[in-house]
Design a binder for this molecule. Sequence first.
Ligand code: HEM
Length: 503
Amino acid sequence: VFLRHSSPSKAVLPVYTRVAGSVRSALARWLRQPAIVIRDRATAHRLLVRGSAGGAFSDRPPSMAPSAVLSHRRFHNLTSAPYGPFWRVTRRNLTSEVLHPLRLHRYAAARREALRGLVSDLGRHQCASDGPDAGGPLGLVLAAESIRAAMFGLLVAMCFGDGVDPGLVSAMADAQHDLVQFFPELRVFARLPGVARLIHWKRWGKLVALRRRQEEMYLPLIHARRGRQRQPGDEPPAYVDTLIDLRVPDDNYNNGNRRNNNTSTQKRTRQRKLTDGEMVGMCSEFLGAGTETVAAALQWTMANLVKRPQIQDSLRREIDAAVDSNAEEVSDEVLPKLEYLNAVVMEVLRLYPTATLVLRQVSKEDDVVHNGRRVPAGTNVMFPLESLAKDETAWDEPGEFRPERFLACEGGESVSLEAAAGCGGEVMKMMPFGAGRRVCPGMGMAMLHMGYYVANLVREFEWKDAEGEMAVDLRPHFGFFTVMKRPLRARLVPCQGRHTSLV
Ligand code: HEM
């Protein structure tokens, strides 16, 4: 900054330019991290799940996630935590409690409540746009906002329990959305965070204010849960309850003891409770990861069904054949029988992966070999999910939307997402939820939520396209998440004989 803004005399200008140039390029070299990009799924499978890295390829580059930045790299959530004891304990807590596939049925009432809200919201907007003063095209509804609000409300119930005030839920949704929109600007804090805080002090101030807003909303809810008497057979545990009970390794104490080389205490690791900062970071992660991704994937699904009415009709026929016409909803138990629904969801996840990139950083312990050469520690490795999904060695006509490719009865293949998690020894054909030890722990819940809401939304309404400028546009916007460039709008026509006991 000094070199650029001072005004040296003409005599020293050439020397100044050379010095400034070499300082700049030395800085750039130091700041630039070596990086490689992997675009084929066989290499991705080998590096992330088995092969040369032995599945231990488990660290991400220094995170720019708000929790990591704000905690001065003390990592207040699991996405940004380095592979190690804290990550292991917090991840096990999430996967063995709230997200465990066999425990997800406990939140069926919350899912149904969110569905009721969503259907009545869509119905209300559809009626309003049909009204005499509406002025807009007939029945055209901005579905994107209703879907996002419903998903957020559901995740709040799973995180903090029932009964959070609806006004507070909507303020929390706004705050979360503002934070996610702000993610790309946090890139500057990934390296040299101390210096970056001084240079980008306005951004830093905004980030601190956003987190303070979250703390003001989350902490009273957390404290209320802490003070509550829990009874066996109560409502299902909220995520916060599991965090309140959790004990994590106390690294400050344990590392200190190890340094003192005290053999009697070496084996003893002290445990501690989570701090308020960590609790807020983890709740924010749960709400953000569980809402933005699923809401985006639901929009991609409904948008493709709008553009492909035959696929939508086939799906509705499959659902109507499996569900009694008087049933209030397509329930969780019916979903595994709906093969075509599963094929549609899989095709959306393949062709429109909502996470843009999977990132890893080679750590010292990893012995990574790529194309016969060792990859040095510190190298960033990127797996762009969109290119992996279009790998021609895995799929015929990979750019086409064809759910039938997942139907065994149509000569399609049974593709398991579990291969990416390292189970079953199968070939990994797609990895929309990432792969290896850091694979998304919310995969089971995301698949359940997608199946449940797509099935019910197709059963309640016919989803039709608008004309002209308002027509559904399938172009993506690549940001932190890959979302629809223009949020989903569609004409909704209530299905014959429904409308419904849900509303
Ligand atoms: C369609 C929905 C979803 C998609 C496409 C998705 C995708 C991903 C991807 C690609 C990763 C990175 C994995 C890797 O690095 O290998 C990830 C990580 C993560 N996801 Fe998801 N996700 C979804 C839903 C959810 C849900 C519902 C939750 C929980 C409420 C969740 C929580 C997380 C967490 C905590 C991580 C970090 C895991 C770790 O670092 O160990 N996700 N997700």
